[in-house]
Design a protein around this ligand. Structure first.
Ligand SMILES: Cc1ncc(COP(=O)(O)O)c(C=O)c1O
Length: 393
């Protein structure tokens, strides 16, 4: 067998992540590797922390990237904050709330579930009823941006409820960070984690996290040791903690962190609020095109995520065949449905660098060509005209 260097095709990524990585970040990733305790590198780590504080809108000193993907950020929050015997109210309105439940169980805690249908947001009334019925609960955990459905839950209201009932709030912001409003300090989120491969448009594999003082008090007051060596914040912070005095914990993914630094810089140059507005505006243009092609959103308008557009697959179309034709003929990736929505929806991402007018025109045009070719009743050119109208309006 001959094995040559791997040269991936150039795709346009409009699925649930990863999103397109812009040339500036790809260039940063390829810069010379230096030691992870090199003073120059340590200086860059401090800048990453400052840039992450901006992205999360927080002054939490413990704001840093975990050296592994979003799932590791999730585990970092649960492993550090949940002790055996703790009761944790977990909201599930899609795939990722289910993973939170498993994390609570693995930490020896007892999850109390608040269930909402897939495609709906987390219902604050159900959360309040559950918190009232479980006065011994100490944590509320939920997903802000459910990537499996495209529904956005109300962080501020849910965190307020948690605090009113003496609970910490853990928030999954993997798909929201950089794409949709998130204000960690103003909304008093206690622990939050995200990912680099969605609206930050960085390569996958890093998970920014932030913990406030209330969360750190719970960590300091633990009677049981944290069950993960790698994610134990007491140990990790010896490396990521303040100043030049760092000790070895693990070998940081040096080049991946160059990429994150560049991605966060790009976000700061654009301005966080401008980035949220760009996602909103482009979502409206994509929506105009998809609706003209006869697709319906599964989430009601007021709660839709701009960066993750889940639409039902028109009757009679072969889900896998459409996606493979988009990939093979147009180099365009869109996402399939997950879990109970598999085969029923497409998830079209507009995340970070992927969230651009040219991508919307490509996606809507390619969908029109593929669906018409399969015999779907589509008026040629109308969807693209709707996209242009929306972009110009
Ligand atoms: C909401 C949410 N949480 C957690 C994760 C897990 O992140 P990762 O795949 O980077 O481990 C994802 C990934 O898509 C996600 O969308």
């Amino acid at each position: 067998m001959t094995i040559a260097s791997f040269n991936p095709p150039v795709r346009t990524l409009m699925g649930p992540g990863p999103s397109d990585v812009p040339p500036r970040i790809l260039a940063a990733l390829s810069r010379p590797t230096i030691g992870h305790l090199d003073p120059v590198f340590v200086g860059m780590m401090e800048e990453i922390k400052t840039l992450l504080q901006y992205a999360f809108q927080t002054e939490n000193p413990l704001t840093m990237p975990v050296s592994a993907p979003g799932s590791a950020g999730m585990e970092t929050c649960f492993a550090n904050l949940v002790e055996p015997g703790d009761k944790v109210v977990v909201c599930r309105n899609g795939v990722f709330g289910g993973r939170m439940k498993e994390n609570v169980e693995l930490c020896g805690g007892t999850p109390v579930m608040v269930e909402d249908d897939w495609g709906k947001t987390v219902d604050p009334q159900k959360v309040e009823d559950t918190l009232k019925a479980n006065p011994d609960a100490c944590i509320l955990a939920f997903v802000q941006a459910e990537t499996s459905t495209g529904a956005q839950s109300d962080v501020r209201t849910l965190v307020e409820l948690a605090h009113r009932h003496d609970c910490l709030a853990i928030v999954d912001a993997v798909t929201s960070l950089g794409g949709t409003e998130l204000r960690v300090d103003d909304w008093q989120v206690d622990a939050v984690y995200s990912g680099t491969q969605k609206c930050l448009s960085c390569a996958p594999g890093i998970s920014p996290v932030s913990f406030n003082e209330r969360a750190l008090e719970k960590l300091r007051g633990r009677s049981a040791k944290v069950q993960s060596w790698f994610m134990d914040l007491n140990l990790v912070t010896a490396y990521w903690g303040g100043g030049q005095k760092r000790t070895y914990h693990h070998t940081a993914p040096v080049n991946a962190l160059y990429g994150l630094h560049e991605a966060l810089l790009i976000l700061r140059e654009e301005g966080l609020e401008n980035a949220w507005e760009r996602h909103r505006r482009h979502h409206l243009a994509l929506r105009a095109g998809l609706e003209a092609l006869g697709m319906e959103f599964i989430v009601e308008e007021a709660h839709r995520l701009p960066q993750l557009n889940a639409v039902s697959i028109p009757a009679g179309l072969d889900d896998a065949l459409v996606r493979s034709r988009l990939l093979n003929e147009y180099n365009l990736e869109i996402g399939a449905g997950l879990g109970t929505l598999a085969g029923k929806v497409w998830r079209i991402g507009l995340m970070g660098h992927s969230c651009r007018a040219e991508n919307i025109l490509l996606c809507v045009g390619a969908l029109e060509a593929v669906l018409s070719g399969m015999g779907a009743p589509i008026e040629t050119g109308r969807a693209l005209a709707e996209v242009q109208r929306s972009l110009q309006g």
